[in-house]
Structure formats: C-alpha cells, structure tokens
Design a protein around this ligand. Structure first.
Ligand code: UT7
Length: 332
C-alpha cells in the first residue's frame, strides 16, 4: 500500500458584506488612496459590522460553504482546527463552538494561534494527523475579525486589516498528492514589533490599559516589513531548492496577503512569473488567518489535479514558513 499523504479535498470561504474602501478611510484618518494603494496594494477590506457577531460567525459560514460544495456529512469530520488570532473570547475555544454549530458533533476541536501564520501552521498540524493515519477528515478553518482589535484612529494599522474566513478539508491521499514538504520557523525577537500589549497575563485589563489604548494591535511596520520580506522569500526559495523545483515547476504561489510588495519580493526571489502569483489583497486587505484559505476559495477554479503550489506566510511573533503541496482534484 502507498504511504498516506494529506491532501486538501475541499475549500470554502466567507467575507462580510460591508466594504470599507480607501476613500472612506480618508475621511477617518490622515491617509489617502494613493498612499495605501502604492504602499500596500489594498483598495478595500470587508468588516463584520453586526453587533454580537465574532470570528465564529464567519468561520461557521466558511465551513458551511465547504460542506455544501463538497457535499460531506459533518458527522464524518474527525477534528476541527480553528486557526485564529481573534477568538470569540479569550477562554472557551472558538473552534469547539464552531464544530458544534456546523453539526460536526463527532469531532473534537481546538484553536491554534500563530498570528498571520496560524493557518500555515494549521496546515502542518492537520496534515500530520492525517499522515499518521489517526484521522480521516480534518477541517482546518482560518478566520479573523481583525476589526475587533484595530484602532480606527491609528493610520499605521487601520488601513491594513480586514475580516474574513476560509476553510479547507484535509483527507488521506494514496496517489502521493497533498502536502509534500514544510519549512516552518519562529523567532521571539518579533514580540516587540507586532503585538497587543494588554489583556493577557502580563498586563491584564484595567482602566489604565483602556485609557492607554493598549488593547489594540501595535505594529512597527517598517521593522516587520524588513523581517517579512527576507523571511518569506528565504523559506520559499529554500523549499524549492530542497525539492529540486524550478520556477517552471511551480504552478501557483499562495502567499499571505499582508502587503503586495512583500508578496512581489517573495515571487521575485523564487523567479515565479506574475500570472502564477495569486492576489486578493486589493479586495480584502490583511485578514490574518484567513488570507491563505480565502485565496484557495477565490481561485479554486484555476487549480488542476497535480498542480504544484507553494504556500508562504509571515506574521507576528515572529512566525513564518513555507509549504509545498500538490493539488489533489480538478474542480467540477
Ligand atoms: O501580516 C503580519 C505581518 N505584517 C506585515 O507584513 C506588515 C509589514 N509592514 C508593512 O506592510 C508596511 O511597513 C506598512 C504598509 C505598514 C507601512 O509602509 P511603509 O512603506 O513601511 O511606510 P512607513 O511606515 O515607512 O511610512 C512612510 C511614511 C511616513 O512618513 P514620513 O515619516 O516619511 O514623513 C509615515 O508617517 O508614510 C507615512 N504613513 C502614512 N501616510 C499616509 C504611515 N502610514 C500612513 C498612512 N497614510 N496610512
């Protein structure tokens, strides 16, 4: 019998209806469409406006989209991994709630947090469970309600982030398709450059943390940019080299959508042509854990069975990495 590999067999996605354009941001902070577009590639982002709805709302929608498209029985799902940096609540796992709500009542679930690399790390985790033979259907969801942790008076961050969710199903494959190799990295040097300082165990919530605006994302953009450009390009180039992949062998680059310039730098180092680089940052901004699965959901129709896809991400922590995957199905 052939060895088990872990393949993506279905995808789903969801973004909220409300569009926050650069033009509207111009009325909120001292910025302009030209600056945002040229520095980031972002034109608009989606925001989950409805009160009382959190990350789980979007995660459930993305999972339901996948379940409907793939026509699977939620009772067959063995586990749900919820990749997110914005859980519904600090305690009471969002993944557990999502699994129950979608009817995956035979599954166990948990959350996985690695900032913008949450989904990429989740791919590794999901694949390991499948390759071990332990589980047959692992649902990996990446979702973030970034608008819940962004200060809309801070032009350094509010222009970047958006809300959204995507989901993929991992199943065993016996033809050698699916995840081929991974190169995952982290470095605690990043902790000071991208963070929410308060609300955790070091600085619990207090009137002072509220007054000091410490519950929002802080980013030293310039420093993160430097680390992101070299980090994402390095691992993507290395994973190609150690798998003897030429630029012609690569069909698609599915890279974290944080900044178009970071994606371009990665593609350049890999030597990959522009038409192989999947982009939706102009529509959604940086949706953190949702960028990779939303790309898969948006571009699913383009993928052919056997296509070589390089995934890459970089995020707070720092966390980053690259995954080499062979696509396992033709879209009906
Ligand atoms: O996904 C997690 C990982 N995160 C990332 O990968 C993000 C990495 N960082 C970035 O994408 C970029 O650093 C930003 C998009 C955040 C910023 O772009 P930048 O080219 O690094 O700009 P900068 O911070 O160096 O600022 C350049 C200038 C400054 O003015 P001066 O000092 O040159 O006069 C800023 O004050 O642009 C100014 N500026 C703005 N102007 C208009 C900063 N933010 C804005 C703004 N609108 N929103």
């Amino acid at each position: 019998m052939n060895a088990i590999t872990a393949a993506i067999t279905a995808v789903g996605g969801y973004v909220p209806d409300f569009v926050l354009s650069n033009k509207v941001l111009e009325t909120m902070v001292d910025t302009n469409d030209e600056w945002i577009t040229s520095r980031t590639g972002i034109k608009e982002r989606r925001i989950l406006k409805e009160e009382g709805k959190g990350t789980s709302f979007m995660a459930i929608k993305a999972a339901e989209d996948l379940i409907a498209k793939a026509n699977i029985d939620p009772l067959e799902i063995d586990m749900v991994i919820m990749a997110t940096a914005t859980p519904d609540m600090p305690v009471a796992s969002t993944g557990v709630y999502v699994a129950t709500e979608i009817g995956a009542t035979n599954a166990f679930a948990y959350d996985l947090q690695a900032a913008c690399s949450s989904f990429l790390y989740g791919m590794s985790t999901a694949a390991a469970y499948i390759q071990s033979g332990r589980y047959k259907k692992v649902l990996l969801i990446g979702a973030d309600k970034m608008s819940s942790i962004i200060d809309y008076t801070d032009r350094a961050t509010c222009i970047i982030f958006g809300d959204g969710a995507g989901a993929v199903l991992f199943e065993p494959n016996y033809e050698g398709l699916g995840l081929q190799d991974e190169l995952l990295k982290s470095d605690g040097v990043g902790r000071d450059f991208l963070k929410i300082e308060a609300g955790g165990s070091i600085l619990p919530p207090s009137q002072k943390t509220l007054d000091d605006n410490k519950h929002f994302v802080f980013q030293d953009g310039k420093t993160v940019f430097k680390y992101a450009v070299s980090g994402m390009a390095d691992v993507s180039e290395k994973i190609m080299q150690r798998n003897n992949l030429t630029k012609e062998d690569v069909n698609w680059l599915v890279a974290h959508q944080a900044n178009k310039r970071i994606i371009d730098a990665t593609a350049n180092r890999m030597g990959v042509e522009e038409d192989k680089v999947l982009i939706n940052i102009h529509k959604y901004g940086n949706t953190t854990s949702a960028t990779l699965p939303l790309l898969l959901s948006d571009f699913e129709n383009k993928f052919k069975k056997g296509d070589t896809i390089i995934f890459a991400a970089f995020g707070g922590g720092f966390t980053w990495g690259s995954i080499y995957l062979k696509w396992a199905y033709d879209t009906k």
